[in-house]
Design a protein around this ligand. Structure first.
Ligand SMILES: N[C@@H](CCC(=O)N[C@@H](CS)C(=O)NCC(=O)O)C(=O)O
Length: 223
């Protein structure tokens, strides 16, 4: 039985969605973020030393890192679905976006989250204006332009194909959902990028996506 170690409001929502698309049975083991630090509970480190989500177990195997999980589940249980045929241009796109989501797109979004929190963190009054100034300069001078660069790029690429890896929906779209939902919720995805909004509307309309939401519980990224 596949067990998904599921942290609330996290990337593991993607894994639930994928399992629903694949029609696999699975069990959810739930973990709650610390409301102040937003970190996962240390009990998750008993499953994998980093204690991050998602992590799954499948028999004796423990697999972490969402891209690796998506690849593993599709290779093992997809029966040829949700990934383009080997050797095709679409397959190369699939591999590219599977890596790009966490390797490139998420970096500036995470930086934005950290620097924005830093600017509003409790701190001695004396240093507050300096810290806020530095944080705001980092966001305005570097992070926001980087996010815009990535969003423009993704908008352009989705203008060429229906889904990220071509005409067919694939695991690459599931992997790409998280940076786009994060950008929609807090990272500058504005109305000037209609292809990306249309992508989000199309994935949110998928029955498997809705079923995963019902099972996973609160997913504040959608707000
Ligand atoms: N690149 C990793 C990122 C894993 C990650 O940072 N997960 C977040 C949840 S979205 C987490 O576990 N945060 C809580 C913590 O760091 O304690 C992946 O895609 O699996």
């Amino acid at each position: 039985m596949i067990i998904v170690h599921h942290l609330n409001n996290s990337r593991s929502q993607r894994v639930l969605w994928l399992l629903e698309e694949l029609g696999r049975d699975y069990e959810i083991k739930r973990y709650e973020r610390d409301p102040k630090t937003m970190l996962a509970p240390t009990s998750l480190r008993q499953v994998h030393p980093l204690g991050k989500s998602p992590v799954i177990s499948d028999g004796d195997r423990v697999i972490a890192e969402s891209g690796a999980i998506v690849e593993y589940l599709i290779d093992r249980y997809g029966a040829g679905r949700l990934k383009p045929a080997p050797g095709t241009d679409e397959r190369l796109l699939y591999t590219y976006w599977l890596h790009y989501a966490e390797g490139s797109a998420m970096s500036p979004l995470l930086m934005k989250l950290v620097f924005t929190r830093l600017a509003h963190a409790p701190m001695p009054a004396l240093v507050r204006p300096i810290v806020r100034r530095v944080a705001n300069r980092a966001v305005q001078g570097f992070i926001d332009p980087q996010i815009a660069l990535h969003l423009d790029y993704m908008e352009g690429e989705l203008g060429k194909t229906t889904w990220f890896a071509g005409k067919e929906f694939s695991g690459a779209d599931i992997q790409m959902s998280f940076p786009l939902e994060a950008a929609a919720s807090r990272g500058g995805l504005d109305a000037g990028r209609p292809k990306l909004w249309d992508f989000l509307a199309r994935i949110h309309a998928r029955p498997a996506y809705r079923q995963a939401l019902d099972k996973g519980g609160e997913y504040a990224l959608l707000r």
